[in-house]
Each structure stands twice: as structure tokens, then as C-alpha cells.
Write a new protein. Structure first.
Length: 160
């Protein structure tokens, strides 16, 4: 008869072996996420990033990506955008996202985008991210705090 102590040893040994194997396997699962959102995605053999869906990020991740030169996409109205926006952001109001081919065609498909709206994440951001993802842009981040959160954190702004 197997006692509880033997079962616990087998369980601990199995879990330890699985964790070591996962750690050593280049295609292993991420168990602990990093603080850098760029590291939480999979690199393919040709060093491109592979996303399986748009990734939600908070204000600190948005600022980090902005400092790395990632392209921001503002889905607010043109009037809202012209009154102030995140520096170097491109404005494509959500109602124009489906017909934004000319603007988007100027960006290679591997371009990472951070999508934001005025407020916290909402259906508009999800729709915009899905439109971009379905158009072949696979490096999509959704800034969950939006423009108002950016302002609240006193991050850089522009109206140019």
C-alpha cells in the first residue's frame, strides 16, 4: 500500500521535473511574466514577435513602450485628438478604422501599435484592436487607462 508520504514525494518530484523541463525548453510556457510587455510575447525563429491576441497594458507599460518608440494609435475623434494627444500618435477615429487602409498601409505589418481612447478600456478599443489584428497587424497593445490616465500620470502631451 502506498502511503501519503510516498505520494507527496512523487508529486514534488513530478512538479520539479516539469518546471525544469519547461525552463530549459525554448518553447516552454511562461510561468512568471516580466515587467516589460515586450518580453511577454514569443519570439519566432526569425526574431519577430508573435502575438496570439492584442495585449492589454497599463500606464507604466504604455510609457515604457512610448519611450521605445512604439507607434501609438489614438481612436478618439479628430477634435479630441487636435486638442491634445500622446506625442507621435496617429489619429484614426474608431468609426474610420475599417476604412483606414491608406493610413495603415504606410506601416509595415510588423509595426507594433498601442491603441488608446479617451477613457479606460472600452468596447471601442477592443473593436479597433480586433480590426487591426484581423488586418494582419499582430503586435497590438491596448492601453487600458486611455488618454485620461496618461494625463493623470503627467506623461508628455502635444497638440501638434
Amino acid at each position: 500500500m502506498i502511503n501519503i508520504k510516498t505520494i507527496l514525494y512523487l508529486l514534488i518530484f513530478s512538479i520539479s521535473t516539469a518546471l525544469v523541463f519547461n525552463y530549459l525548453n525554448p518553447g516552454g510556457l511562461t510561468i512568471i511574466l516580466s515587467s516589460d510587455p515586450e518580453e511577454d510575447v514569443t519570439l519566432t525563429g526569425d526574431n519577430t514577435v508573435e502575438f496570439f491576441q492584442p495585449i492589454r497594458i497599463d500606464s507604466s507599460d504604455a510609457l515604457l513602450l512610448h519611450s521605445k518608440g512604439v507607434q501609438f494609435l489614438d481612436t478618439r475623434t479628430a477634435e479630441e485628438f487636435n486638442s491634445g494627444h500622446i506625442p507621435n500618435a496617429v489619429n484614426i477615429p474608431v468609426e474610420l478604422m475599417v476604412d483606414a487602409g491608406e493610413i495603415l498601409d504606410s506601416f509595415p505589418k510588423e509595426t507594433p501599435f498601442v491603441i488608446y481612447n479617451g477613457n479606460a478600456i472600452n468596447e471601442i478599443d477592443n473593436t479597433s484592436a480586433s480590426e487591426l489584428f484581423n488586418a494582419g497587424y499582430k503586435r497590438i497593445y491596448i492601453y487600458t487607462g486611455g488618454y485620461n490616465d496618461w494625463i493623470k500620470n503627467n506623461y508628455p502631451l502635444t497638440d501638434e
